[in-house]
Design a protein around this ligand. Structure first.
Ligand code: NAP
Length: 244
């Protein structure tokens, strides 16, 4: 029986690349999305046409009952959850003095509450199976902070804190919990940045380029693989050397 992976925010960007990579490696992949049904369905069809197992699944990770439903559906259909990748996330740019409480809530509810809810529900199954691999997608800004991204940086630092605590709590149950902290990656999330800003980011990156979704997917694939079975509580920087 193939391993089962749930990937939040799998409809586009980094999440879609993680879904492709894990499906190619033989995982049955649940492609979670919030609103982009067409993209999630197109990705599932693409993967199925290549002989892989993938299925789109709508769920807002901020919604506790919907998250519970996602895991009862997955365990009911596939019998287990081996891998959870918490990739769904939203960005926010602006001076901290301009941030509304509503904007704070959207970022925190998605990036950290959503990650917590997904971990909590996945772990019920993983603990009883005495096996699991969780990878949370943080950000290099969660590691070092970024000007004009205070809310986003704080939410991504919280993801790192959650990862380290959970790694200690569930390690005895055979479960690893790690983070990937991407640098700038060319996705819709970077659309708001001007060409000049992207050039500046490239210039500030020792490897001289911004990342691709595939760069991040490969880091995730490593952390969920048997090759990483002694690695837990780690923050794997995938940022071209921009933050070391
Ligand atoms: P993206 O292209 O904007 O895609 C975001 C994904 O998250 C979409 O699949 C979206 O679903 C999903 N999503 C958003 N809110 C959700 C919710 N409440 N419930 C379920 N799904 C939700 O973003 P990305 O650049 O690929 O980023 C992926 C992750 O990497 C994020 O956590 C981000 O913070 C992190 N990251 C990105 C960069 C970067 O430069 N791109 C750098 C560091 C870290 P829909 O398609 O349905 O809207």
């Amino acid at each position: 029986m193939s391993k089962v992976a749930v990937v939040s925010g799998g409809s586009r960007g980094i999440g879609a690349s993680i879904c492709r990579t894990l499906a190619q490696q033989g995982y049955t992949v649940l492609i979670n999305y919030r609103v982009n049904k067409e993209k999630a369905e197109a990705l599932a069809s693409e993967l199925k046409s290549l002989g892989f197992n993938a299925e789109p699944y709508q769920c807002d990770v901020r919604d506790e009952s919907a998250v519970k439903e996602l895991f009862s559906y997955t365990v009911g259909k596939y019998g287990k959850v081996d891998v959870l990748v918490n990739n769904a996330g939203v960005a926010h740019y602006g001076l901290v003095t301009d941030v509304s409480t509503e904007e704070w809530d959207i970022v925190f509810d998605t990036n950290i509450k959503g990650t917590f809810l997904m971990c909590r529900e996945a772990l019920r199954d993983m603990v009883s199976n005495k096996y699991g691999r969780i990878v949370n997608i943080s950000s290099m800004w969660g590691v070092c902070g970024a000007s004009c991204e205070a809310v986003y940086s704080a939410s991504k630092a919280a993801v790192i804190g959650l990862t380290k605590a959970l790694a200690q709590e569930v390690g005895p149950s055979g479960i690893t919990v790690n983070c990937v902290a991407p640098g700038a990656v060319q996705t819709d999330m970077m659309k708001e940045l001007s060409e000049d800003t992207v050039k500046m980011l490239e210039g500030e990156t020792p490897l001289g380029r911004v990342g691709t979704p595939e760069d991040i997917a490969e880091a995730v694939a490593f952390l969920v693989s048997d090759k990483a079975s002694f690695i837990t509580g780690a923050v794997l920087n995938a940022n071209g050397g921009m933050v070391i």
